[in-house]
Design a binder for this molecule. Sequence first.
Ligand SMILES: [Zn+2]
Length: 321
Amino acid sequence: MKRLSLITLVSLLLTILATASTKDTPDIRIARFLDGKSAAISYTYDDGYIEHLRCVAPEMEKNSFRGTFWVNGTTHEGNANNQKDSSRLSWAQAKELHLRGHEVSNHGWSHKNLKRISNEEIKIEIERNDSVIEANIGIRPTTYCYAYNAKDANIQAMASKGRVGTRTKQKGFGRKATREGMLDWVHEQIESGDWGVAMMHGIHYGYDAFTDVNVLWQHFTDVRYLSDLIWVGTFKDVAAYVTERDSVHLTIRQKRNKTIITPSLGLDSNLFTMPLTLEIPRSDKHSVTIKQDKKVLKPLILSNRILVNFNPFGGPVTIRY
Ligand SMILES: [Zn+2]
């Protein structure tokens, strides 16, 4: 009789605790995109034209944007005076893009259609270009862009090994692009909470060059005005964020004036290095202190929510009210 009542008491207590913790756990979640933005855009440029450095990079940088430039090793061999195609970047110029914060990544060694070659040749297209980019720029690519966007399940599996992502969807802009059309596309990303990947080639000349280059420069200004809603990030940064966001698991516990969020993420922490953003509902209490691994994290306090970036591979995040 005594034993039974003890069990009853314990189970009653557990029920109360469980109910209380469910009721009191704040609605904390991972933001859809970095810094709580509604959508993300990556501007990607194929084939390594010189004007990507001379014209595109400065216009993007004016707006604090960084782009992704996909290059083919065969067109960048030698120096600027000894190139196979003088309209292409030299390795020194490609490295300059990297040093200015842009992503320089793999578009295949010789721009071969991977659907038309053997597995051994596919491996060469991918790995030889990784190595030559690493040798000349100092960074091994962690993304891949298929020449002619040609891929199948086998090619995609081969190209995805050891990477944060490969370009599997894109919206092309060039000859037919208009300022209105480009802006409509951005609004579509905001409405659907999606990641838009723009694909461009030539700017003034070359494949699918813009009829009026001002369309692109004005577009960057249009997007800058939407910066509260849009994260413009390199392909590798957005790809990493999205994969981490969709893979992380949070355990949330409430203890009096403290919320403890324990992340667990089963990805390679050497490859996936983007912080994730926590979205915390804002309470009436005036101040919060947020810490992870003994470091104080700096939150962005908005009218209805608090945003804070944290390391998804790190220890528990503690929010003290
Ligand atoms: Zn290409």
